[in-house]
Design a protein around this ligand. Structure first.
Ligand code: NAP
Length: 307
């Protein structure tokens, strides 16, 4: 007899939504989360495009509400790291965690995505000591200081604007001459007195002693290299799916995203995937919660089929 009917791996919006729908369908469900519940959405200062909140809502607030709602329907949450997932000859799923083994009849994978790293000298040394992937978490440490933000997408521009609340100056360093971010964010940043763009450029080195003192920047058009004094570096150059654990167990595309059908069913029956870890044309909170709902309903159908 399996411990659970549904095990959800990952507690971002997709996992919370799957948890809400599965618990509300009276399925014995547990959500496993490695660290902070809420996923990437919890590290976002303000979410302006989640329907129902016309003024926008801080990411952590939205995720707390999702957590509260899922718990109201009986979702159990365990803080533990999943180390491996296998299937027993009887067809149950065996989840090895840092706190022991758990079995389940179905699995929903909602492990999301993690920030891509820059891959430049000094990145490891200064990670957590001036170099950050989360302005919401670390921005307040840079009151009155100069910081650099790397990237040209929505995250870099939105978080760059957020950092102006604290920093005296925000340099946005982007490898091309044009930004990828939506027009409305671009215009906000371009007219901001504290923001300066350094385009067609990449960071080649992070310089300092025990703290960051400057970044070395290379202009890709002219090959000119200069040092710019900053005390913080925020990296927003995209994400990569957190799917490594499932390689060989289910199908994953060449970029690391889990492939599913419209019902969120993966290549292995009984295993579903939802949210940013899944191959999909759009990765937003609104699509993650939709995926989570579909995955839970599909898990329920699968369980009915087993009976
Ligand atoms: P993204 O859209 O993939 O943008 C990544 C940026 O980093 C791009 O400008 C890219 O340059 C640059 N980049 C990639 N690799 C690099 C490298 N090795 N060195 C230097 N620069 C590099 O990622 P994102 O901004 O995190 O956004 C992810 C998704 O979330 C997007 O769909 C976005 O729309 C969404 N999002 C939405 C909002 C919002 O709606 N308000 C807020 C945040 C995120 P290139 O442009 O040259 O490729």
């Amino acid at each position: 007899m399996a411990d659970y009917e549904v095990i959800i791996i990952g507690g971002g919006p997709a996992g919370m939504s799957a948890g809400l729908y599965a618990s509300r369908a009276a399925l014995k469900t547990v959500l496993l989360e490695k660290s902070m519940p809420g996923g990437q959405a919890s590290t976002t200062d303000k979410i302006e495009n989640y329907p129902g909140f016309p003024e926008g809502i801080p990411g952590p607030d939205l995720m707390l509400r999702m957590d509260e709602q899922a718990r109201r329907f009986g979702l159990e949450t365990k803080f533990t790291e999943v180390l491996a997932v296998t299937q027993t000859p009887e067809g149950e799923f065996l989840i090895k965690t840092s706190d022991g083994d758990i079995t389940s009849k179905t699995v929903v994978i909602s492990t999301g995505a993690q920030s891509k790293s820059l891959g430049v000298a000094g990145e490891d040394k200064y990670s957590g000591r001036g170099l950050s992937y989360c302005a919401t978490c670390d921005g307040a440490f840079f009151q009155g200081k100069k910081v650099a933000v790397v990237g040209g997408g929505d995250s870099a521009i939105q978080e760059g604007i957020f950092l102006t609340k604290f920093a005296e100056k925000v340099f946005i360093i982007h490898r091309r001459g044009e930004l990828r971010a939506t027009k409305v964010l671009q215009e906000k940043a371009e007219s901001h007195p504290k923001i300066e763009f350094i385009l067609d450029s990449v960071i080649t080195d992070i310089l300092g002693s025990d703290k960051i003192e400057a970044v070395k920047i290379k202009n890709l058009r002219t090959n000119e290299v200069k040092a710019v004094s900053v005390e913080g570096v925020f990296v927003y150059i995209g994400k990569e799916p957190a799917s490594g654990l499932f390689r060989g167990f289910i199908d994953i595309d060449e970029r690391g995203y889990i492939t599913t059908d419209l019902k969120m069913q993966t290549s292995r029956r009984g295993v579903f995937a939802a949210g940013d870890v899944r191959q999909s044309p759009l990765r937003q909170v609104v699509t993650a919660v939709a995926d989570g709902a579909v995955a839970a309903v599909s898990a329920n159908e699968y369980l009915e089929h087993l009976k």
